[in-house]
Design a protein around this ligand. Structure first.
Ligand code: AKB
Length: 321
């Protein structure tokens, strides 16, 4: 039987997903039971400890001090930043993940969430409705570390009986914290630019189609997968997930429906090659079957919600924070 979730630690808590996941987890499990960790403290982080996941001792200290039994391990260097600094991506993503798994084994952690990404796929992978079991030959350092994370997660489940779970997130779109260093960042930046300046220069071609997901669905996926009945899971650390797919142009057109003056230009840079190596759409039938995954937001619903939230922030004067 799965062991209880009582005291949670989130690594990378200052990041795009972490900063929002913390709030949802605190609502659910209580403020005092969710510890935010990151290398640098963010204002208003609540219960917080500074942790560098590349230093095993730094994690161990905090695990013991706070009696942690569950970990959401979000600390990672994303695809674009990883291509600029592959050594850093290796250190944080490989050594950081290995440290977390080893600590889970040594300290008998009940449950761990380690997200993977569509970056685990590569140009040889079928790009439409990408299957769960398929070719994993990514060409980025980030992608390569994500494949290793998936395999390590499954290894710890089988070899050491550790409860590791994870899913392959698409690009995540949100309005609270900007993503940093990803290839799908354009799908977030475009909204901030549309509200602030009514124009945006997109760093991928207009016909670039990638799988995306709105933050509320992303948070729901992380929490639901962690609460799923372990005995029903045949997959563990590598669930395909899907919510919506659209081209950069379709996104700009959807924004134009709300802001008719909005203009989007396209100046592809080095991130185009990364985007071209990733799937356009994903088959997530195993996640739906094994733990009931079902996204709520499509392109129209997400765009409306994003623009409303950002307009509100602009009126409050908090858009540049
Ligand atoms: C990135 O673009 O690197 C990330 C991802 C798809 O994992 N957003």
């Amino acid at each position: 039987m799965a062991k209880e979730i009582k005291k949670i630690m989130v690594t990378g808590a200052a990041g795009q997903i972490g900063s929002e996941l913390i709030l949802i987890l605190r609502e659910k499990y209580g403020d005092e039971n969710v510890l935010a960790t990151d290398v640098i403290r963010k204002d208003g982080a609540g219960l917080f400890e500074s942790v560098d996941v590349t230093k095993k001792g730094s994690i161990e200290e905090v695990i013991k001090k706070h009696n942690i039994d569950t970990i959401y391990h979000l600390a990672a260097i994303l695809s674009a930043k990883g291509e600029e600094n592959p050594a850093l991506a290796w250190d944080v993503n490989i050594n950081g993940t290995y440290n977390i798994l080893e600590i889970a084994r040594e300290y008998k952690i009940n449950r761990i969430f380690i997200p993977s990404s569509i970056a685990a796929f590569g140009p040889e992978t079928p790009r439409d409705n990408t299957p769960q079991e398929t070719i994993l030959r990514p060409k980025t350092m980030y992608g390569l570390t994500k494949v290793a994370g998936e395999l390590l997660g499954d290894y710890y489940v089988k070899k050491f009986d550790i409860d590791v779970r994870g899913c392959r997130f698409p690009g995540i779109i949100s309005h609270k914290t900007l993503p940093g260093g990803g290839t799908t960042d354009y799908a977030v930046e475009i909204f901030f630019a549309a509200i602030k300046n009514k124009k945006y220069t997109c760093f991928v071609r207009e016909d670039t189609v990638l799988p995306m997901m709105y933050m509320p669905d992303c948070l729901k996926a992380a929490v639901d997968l962690m609460e799923a009945d372990f005995s029903q899971l045949k997959h563990h650390a590598d669930f395909n997930l899907s919510a919506m797919s659209f081209s950069a142009k379709e996104l700009a057109e959807e924004i134009k429906k709300h802001i008719p003056e909005f203009v989007c230009e396209y100046k592809p840079d080095f991130r185009q090659k990364i985007a071209d190596s990733w799937p356009k759409s994903i088959d997530d039938s195993f996640a739906r079957k094994e733990w009931g995954w079902k996204p709520q937001y499509d392109l129209a619903g997400m765009t409306k919600d994003m623009l409303q939230a950002l307009s509100k922030r602009q009126k409050e004067g908090t858009l540049n924070c």
